[in-house]
Design a protein around this ligand. Structure first.
Ligand code: ADP
Ligand code: MG
Length: 370
């Protein structure tokens, strides 16, 4: 996803996120912009290695060492939470989600307060979406993961899992069977064949925490973007009334056209799209967001972007808005005071009234068609 600092050279970012959010900041001229004495300058950088995506961070600071301080806070928190929420790798001295999965059906596992907090958010999202956002869907997602890997390695070997295989993997996939003991700070998965996959919310949770850490370190003005999970801090210090966030058309890759520009004065914008991770078999695209009701990729939506003050909530809601029928998704947004834009597979676009007010496209014809 390209993150662009307007009127400066584009900073090309090699990620596959679609309907990616690109950032514009008018009047900026590059990585570092000199300001008047005593004022802040703008610094931008990016790093890899967390949550399978590129993280770009822009902040206004007095000097490079102040910027470094904010960057360290952000990178440290993203790295720490990445290790905590990882389902594939072990880290020395860390009892992470992989460890919880491996202890399924056995004794409770002692975990960090962050894991407790994130899993509570996951259980809430499960209840709230009638099971559409399901962090206990691990066994089913793992079947899809295997087929996607195989197809990616060798496209001639691209196959689709049978319903029988998916259905047998889905035997124990209820978030009600995640037993959390907040007092003891432990988690236990009730059945041995249970597995957590926290991909739908972990990144948003981490972005929210990273922003809080940077704020605590003194950051007053900046933007954090972890592969389409964008959070803004304060306002630009140059007098503009909002940050401008570019919404890219789904599917176009790096040079993709910006289809909308959002004015954000706070909170987070999170995108879920069907072009992010997928494989193709017999000409059909199988993407990475699975509808627990069918056990196959959710149909109907190409991409959705959700705005909410809290990035963890926005992340959960973006996955929900992708899976749920539009009318239900819309009610869910209203319930949480979230705003959203949907781009459907047939090219139709719908937006909530609040999104429309913040959106350039929304101020145009009212209903844009791609
Ligand atoms: P992204 O990972 O691209 O930011 P999402 O936030 O929508 O997009 O999360 C998608 C990820 O969530 C998948 O890669 C998978 O790990 C997981 N996932 C897929 N389907 C579901 C589902 N129905 N409920 C919970 N998690 C899911
Ligand atoms: Mg999500």
């Amino acid at each position: 996803m390209p993150v662009r600092i307007a009127r400066a050279a584009a900073i090309a970012l090699a990620v596959s996120a679609i309907l990616a959010l690109s950032l514009y900041a008018a009047r900026d001229r590059g990585w570092r912009q000199a300001g008047a004495p005593g004022q802040t300058e703008k610094f931008s950088t990016e790093f890899f290695g967390t949550f399978d995506t590129v993280v770009s961070f822009t902040a206004y600071a007095k000097d490079a060492s102040e910027f470094e301080r904010y960057l360290e806070a952000v990178r440290d928190e993203m790295t720490r939470l990445h290790q905590q929420f990882d389902i594939y790798n072990d880290y020395e001295g860390i009892s992470n989600i992989k460890a919880v999965n491996e202890a399924a059906g056995m004794a409770p596992v002692k975990v960090s307060p962050e894991i407790i907090g994130m899993l509570e958010t996951a259980k809430e999202a499960y209840a709230d979406t009638g099971g559409a956002v399901n962090a206990a869907l691990g066994p089913v997602l793992s079947v899809w993961h295997g087929y996607r890997e195989r197809a990616t390695e060798n496209s001639a070997d691209a196959r689709v899992p049978s319903y029988a295989e998916l259905s047998s993997a889905s035997a124990h996939t209820s978030c009600d069977d995640i037993e959390i003991d907040r007092g003891d700070s432990t988690v236990r998965l009730r059945y041995p064949d249970m597995r957590l996959d926290v991909g739908a919310i972990a990144k948003g949770f981490a972005v929210q925490r990273a922003v809080e850490r940077a704020r605590a370190a003194g950051l007053k003005s900046g933007i954090l973007n972890a592969g389409g999970n964008v959070a803004v801090i304060g306002l630009p210090p140059d007098g503009r009334e909002a940050w401008s966030i570019g919404v890219q058309a789904p599917g176009g890759g790096a040079g993709s056209e910006v289809i909308d520009i959002l004015s954000l004065t706070g909170g987070s914008a999170v995108t879920s799209g069907n072009y992010q991770r997928y494989f193709t078999a017999d000409g059909v695209r199988y993407h990475h967001i699975i509808d627990p009701a069918t056990l196959y990729p959710a149909k109907g939506v190409k991409a959705v972007t959700v705005l909410h003050p809290d990035s963890a909530r926005a992340d959960a809601l973006s996955t929900a808005a992708f899976i749920l029928p539009y009318a239900e998704a819309r009610d869910l947004m209203a319930k949480h005071g979230a705003e959203a834009v949907w781009i459907f597979e047939d090219g139709r676009m719908e937006m909530t009234d609040g999104y429309r007010r913040l959106s350039k496209a929304g101020k145009g014809a009212g209903r844009a068609v791609m």
